[in-house]
Design a protein around this ligand. Structure first.
Ligand SMILES: C[S@@+](CC[C@H](N)C(=O)[O-])C[C@H]1O[C@@H](n2cnc3c(N)ncnc32)[C@H](O)[C@@H]1O
Length: 211
């Protein structure tokens, strides 16, 4: 009898609400401030802007900033090509896409994502140093460095792109202080040696320096 009552008692208990772990994780991810939020907080809303992003991949950042700033013209620079096996980018960045099919897919995805922006999205399918030759000095409001994450790669990009900025513009990038990409912090700190207090760190491992 006792046993039966216990079983019935359990049956009458209100069911525990099912916890959907996947939904919880998604929600947590969505609420995290991302690199595009850090960028957008530094872009005025009602003013024409010209920017450049070195390393675009799937267009995640480009899509969001073009959508949120309708007066932005954005140079999107990425070769979407397999890095050479002996290059530092191929060997040091575990996120480096290594198959040409994957690069082609990322390129096509990007084209689709920024189609809405028409001529405001200027896609330059080439390496950073090639694009830098085509863009005038003093013509950009901002540059976001997120391509080759090695010490050498970031150092080169800083040298190549710093002069492209207008007065009052900013340069910034992703993955500062990333434990697996130590070259980024090293290159940024070294480049701004003596002025490191000017480096603003923001969410999602972003860094910014204003001129
Ligand atoms: C981390 S992903 C970029 C992510 C993108 N900025 C975003 O926020 O979604 C790095 C990209 O940099 C590109 N890349 C690597 N070396 C480069 C270089 N020297 N010049 C331009 N892009 C480069 C790679 O092809 C890859 O697509």
């Amino acid at each position: 009898m006792k046993r039966i009552r216990r079983v019935l008692g359990n049956r009458n208990k209100r069911p525990t609400p099912e916890i959907n772990i996947k939904e919880l994780v998604k929600k947590k991810r969505r609420s995290k401030r991302q690199r595009w939020d850090a960028i957008l907080s530094r872009l005025p809303i009602n003013r024409p802007l010209v920017g450049a992003e070195i390393g675009v991949l799937n267009g995640n950042t480009a899509f969001r900033i073009l959508r949120a700033r309708p007066l932005l013209v954005h140079y999107m620079i990425d070769p979407w090509t397999v890095p050479k096996k002996d290059s530092s980018y191929f060997n040091s960045d575990e996120n480096a896409i290594k198959s040409s099919m994957a690069h082609e897919a990322a390129y096509n995805k990007t084209l689709k994502r920024v189609e809405f922006a028409g001529g405001r999205a200027i896609i330059m399918r080439m390496f950073s140093h090639e694009a830098a030759q085509k863009i005038k000095d003093g013509s950009l409001d901002f540059v976001f460095v997120d391509g080759d994450h090695t010490y050498l790669g970031v150092s080169k990009d800083l040298k190549l792109w710093i002069n492209k900025l207008k007065k009052g513009g900013w340069i910034g990038g992703h993955d500062y202080d990333h434990p697996k990409l130590p070259g980024v912090k090293k290159a940024v700190d070294e480049f701004f040696e003596g002025y490191t207090e000017q480096i603003e760190l923001d969410d999602n491992r972003t860094w910014f320096v204003r001129f």
